[in-house]
Design a protein around this ligand. Sequence first.
Ligand code: NDP
Length: 283
Amino acid sequence: MANLIDGRAIAKKVRAEVREEVAHLQAQGLTPHLVVLLVGDDPASQIYVRNKARAAEKVGIRSTTYHLPADTPEPALLEFIQDLNTQDDVHGILVQLPLPPHLDSQRILEAIDPQKDVDGLHPENLGRLLAGHPRFLPCTPQGILRMLQEISYNLEGKEAVVVGRSTIVGKPMALLLLQHHATVTMVHSRTRDLAAHTKRADILVVAAGRASLIRGEMVKAGAVVIDVGINRMPDGTLRGDVAFEEVSERAAWITPVPGGVGPMTVAMLLKNTVQAAKLQVGL
Ligand code: NDP
């Protein structure tokens, strides 16, 4: 049976570290401030935004959430972001995705000051990651890296397979694994034989958004399996992209859903916000 990588427990540890750093900054008169923009009424996004705001406040980070109407015109949103960019007491700006279809997400993300881009999705920050000099790491891959560090997993020379190639998870994950000297394969919906790749993986990161895509026989014995997927089932429960029971029989380590990668993502956002505040005051 696989060992569980307990995202909730590790995230708690990260939050304690952040809380300590925030207290230290506050003693110097600096309170990190995160602004979250939610456009429209996507129910999942509303929950995520609420969780982020709560998590921020619990560690002493000031948080402000702006809930804008679903029909907010793009120029108005761009202007809103520009205004936040110029406010010295705003250190982190996060635009919750997905945005309503009439808004060009790329244009919106590019409008955020790269020094306040705590999600790490501005092309300048992604470019820095590609160049091997990251500033803000996207929260989910950063959280996964921290999980691997917590289990003292040495990536050097390992076969890493990343399922999914999104800008938020798959691509930055692959770059981070590469930076840590893994041999990285990326697979996606056009990959011919998914299992042939996943079976080779010493470390398998799955971010496809397809419930139970990865079955037991697709996993190498002794692998580390990280399940990023969050799929809401018709009965209301959440399920990952990995068939947990089956894969647990083969893997050495596995993350649960819920309670795995999700809490880590939020914890890393807090870390990035503190980093942004320090960056902006030159600490
Ligand atoms: P996207 O939909 O942007 O990307 C999904 C990727 O998976 C695409 O690259 C797609 O390939 C690939 N894919 C889809 N189906 C298959 C398949 N059958 N075989 C192989 N590859 C496939 O999703 P995200 O990266 O944003 O998110 C992925 C999942 O992770 C979702 O469930 C999301 O909710 C969850 N998530 C969880 C987070 C957390 O904190 N736990 C944070 C962010 C996301 P192609 O490019 O060819 O279409």
